[in-house]
Design a protein. Structure first.
Length: 119
């Protein structure tokens, strides 16, 4: 079970890292920044966003809308229900993935940043 989960996370991390590097390199070329600086900033920005997103996903309250339809207005009546155990577990699991991926991308950004020596 853990091996399969680590393989899936590794694929997710590798795909995100390559995608971010390509987009950040293209943006860096357009702005005239160095390649290592633009890639490290891309990892920092996306990793930070994922950390914040993971925080807010994990802190979602225990109440959910009973029906999520387009006809309910902003100030109209809302019928709330308690989230099921499965919904709460899913929220925490998604939060853990976002936070872990965000931390890993920030660490990769530190490794990619050539302005400072690590050792």
């Amino acid at each position: 079970m853990w091996g399969a989960a680590l393989r899936r996370f590794g694929k997710l991390f590798a795909g995100a890292a390559v995608g971010i590097a390509i987009v950040a390199a293209l943006i860096g070329l357009l702005l005239g920044a160095s390649l290592s600086r633009s890639i490290s900033l891309g990892y920092y920005c996306v990793g930070s966003f994922l950390l914040v997103a993971g925080f807010f996903i994990g802190n979602r309250g225990p109440l959910r809308l009973k029906r999520e339809t387009a006809d309910s207005s902003f100030f109209g009546p809302r019928v709330m229900r308690h989230a099921s155990l499965e919904e709460r577990e899913d929220s925490l699991n998604n939060s853990a993935v976002f936070v872990t991926l965000g931390l890993a991308l920030i660490a990769l950004g530190v490794l990619a940043d050539t302005r400072y020596r690590l050792v």
